[in-house]
Design a protein around this ligand. Structure first.
Ligand SMILES: Cc1cc2nc3c(=O)[nH]c(=O)nc-3n(C[C@H](O)[C@H](O)[C@H](O)COP(=O)(O)O)c2cc1C
Length: 143
């Protein structure tokens, strides 16, 4: 049991113990993916609770392509300040935090109205009635 409280390392990342919080979408970010007080409070509580490594919920990397409601975003520089604040908050407790990046693409089921799908070198407008058959390699769409 005491082993759990010993320092560990993932590459260059030194962790104060072996507790990790797996990526968990909290549905608490704003509509455009920005931080809220509730989200800061959750991550602070995890750090206070001695979680050595916190993985954020998945964060969308393309503004128009958001796989789920209330998820964090990281698609432009407007996030720098608030994620710096989040990182500083967690570091106060000597915990570490990493962000899970996500691109839902054709697997997204949330808000599948008009949105941009990136397909290899092309981007297509994806409409609500567009479907991709299971046996395709991912580079063709039936619209
Ligand atoms: C509410 C909820 C949100 C989750 N969000 C994510 C996520 O954003 N990214 C991810 O990779 N896994 C996500 N997961 C999966 C968890 O990280 C974890 O792998 C899963 O719950 C299995 O672990 P457990 O058996 O300890 O619950 C989520 C799970 C739950 C219950």
């Amino acid at each position: 049991m005491s082993h759990l409280f010993t320092e560990s390392r993932i590459g260059n990342l030194v962790l104060k113990n072996r507790f990790m919080r797996s990526a968990t979408w909290e549905n608490m970010a704003t509509e455009d993916g920005h931080m809220t007080d509730k989200l800061y409070a959750i991550y602070e509580e995890l750090a206070q609770g001695e979680v050595g490594l916190i993985v954020t919920g998945y964060a969308n990397i393309v503004k128009e392509e958001k796989p789920n409601a209330g998820m964090m975003g990281i698609y432009d520089d407007s996030f720098i300040h608030e994620y710096q604040k989040l990182t500083d908050l967690v570091h106060q407790y000597h915990s570490k935090i990493v962000m899970q990046l996500a691109y839902g693409g054709t697997k997204t089921t949330y808000n599948v109205g008009e949105r941009v799908i990136l397909l290899q070198v092309m981007s297509l407008k994806w409409h609500a009635n567009a479907r991709q058959s299971d046996d395709e390699s991912g580079d063709r769409l039936h619209c």
